[in-house]
Design a protein around this ligand. Structure first.
Ligand SMILES: [Zn+2]
Length: 317
């Protein structure tokens, strides 16, 4: 009895160990993304020679949430050999060092984009800042075109997706809070998504509304001193610099009236953020001219182009 029980235990143990090894390996989604990298060396290492493919790979891995690979071994010719498939979240830090040798202007930069609002507002309350007793709606439904009737959340996402495409073409890794309308992500949650990645900085994309249809122009909201989710005062300074740079560039590219910066201490998306952030108000959907412009692809392209160029200025100046 003892012998017959002990012997089957050995193959059972081996099977268990093999199962654990398989479970600890990169999953199918990860393996699929490997094929986009090219140049698999057969030994598990992958040589990357195209930074676009690096970006695609990282975006593909996004669904793995906390499971990412570390890239290492930057080669003298600028390519990277991945030898470490350790599943940790530090890949973004790895990417920064990878792309420092890259040729694209935003290589190595990780930029967040939040398309403001969503299909349905969520008027449950959340603290405006960590530990704050001031409560605000999780996410409102936003404004709407007074003349076009197009909802703000639609315009916001259209511009956000155009900006994403341009930033990626410039070499950046882009992290989006949403890419569809039917989501339920509070303003605090959006900020935490950016903190947790982490991104180098992020932009919240909105359009404005006003009871007076004559009011028009573009402006940028930036966090007030002391109201962010960090004791590092330089994050506020960087936010203001980011906001000013992006606003000037976007207003110039779009030919919009530049209404300047608005310093705000009441924005949940700012108060929860521990990384530089600003909010563009692209124009007034209650003004006939701007409402009609904001829904067109051509005008959205100009804004996105201006913002993308602004990011280059921000990171290089
Ligand atoms: Zn808005």
């Amino acid at each position: 009895m003892i012998v017959t029980f002990k012997r089957p235990l050995i193959p059972a143990l081996v099977a268990f160990i093999i199962a654990m090894l398989i479970l600890s390996m990169p999953n199918t989604a990860c393996a699929e993304s490997d094929t986009t990298l090219g140049d698999a060396n057969g030994d598990g290492a992958v040589t990357i020679t195209d930074y676009t493919l690096v970006r695609l790979d990282i975006l593909g891995l996004k669904s793995l949430a906390s499971a990412y690979r570390v890239a290492a071994d930057v080669n003298s010719d600028g390519s990277i050999t991945i030898t470490d498939y350790t599943l940790i979240r530090l890949h973004i830090l790895g990417l920064k060092s990878i792309s420092s040798g890259g040729g694209l202007p935003l290589s190595g930069r990780v930029i967040g984009i939040d398309a403001g609002h969503q299909l349905h507002g969520n008027y449950d309350l959340e603290p405006m800042a960590p530990g704050s007793s001031t409560m605000k709606a999780k996410v409102s439904s936003g404004t709407q075109g007074r003349f076009t009737r197009v909802p703000e959340y639609v315009v916001n996402l259209e511009v956000a997706l155009k900006l994403k495409e341009k930033l990626e073409a410039l070499g950046a890794v882009v992290i989006m809070t949403r890419e569809t309308h039917d989501v339920d992500i509070s303003n605090a949650e959006r900020a935490m998504m950016m903190n947790n990645t982490p991104v180098d900085c992020w932009i919240r994309i909105h359009a404005n509304g006003n009871d007076n249809p004559a009011v028009y122009g573009m402006c940028m909201l930036v966090p007030a001193a002391g109201c962010m989710n960090t004791s590092d005062a330089s994050v506020v300074t960087q936010s203001v610099s980011l906001g000013q740079t992006l606003l000037n560039s976007a207003a110039s590219a779009a030919g919009a009236k530049n209404n300047g910066l608005q310093v705000r201490d009441d924005q949940t998306g700012f108060c929860w953020s521990s990384v530089p952030v600003c909010t563009i108000e692209m124009g007034y959907m209650t003004n006939e001219t701007e409402d009609n412009l904001l829904v067109t692809g051509a005008y959205q392209d100009k804004i996105a182009e201006g913002l993308a160029l602004g990011f280059i200025t921000y990171f290089t100046d």
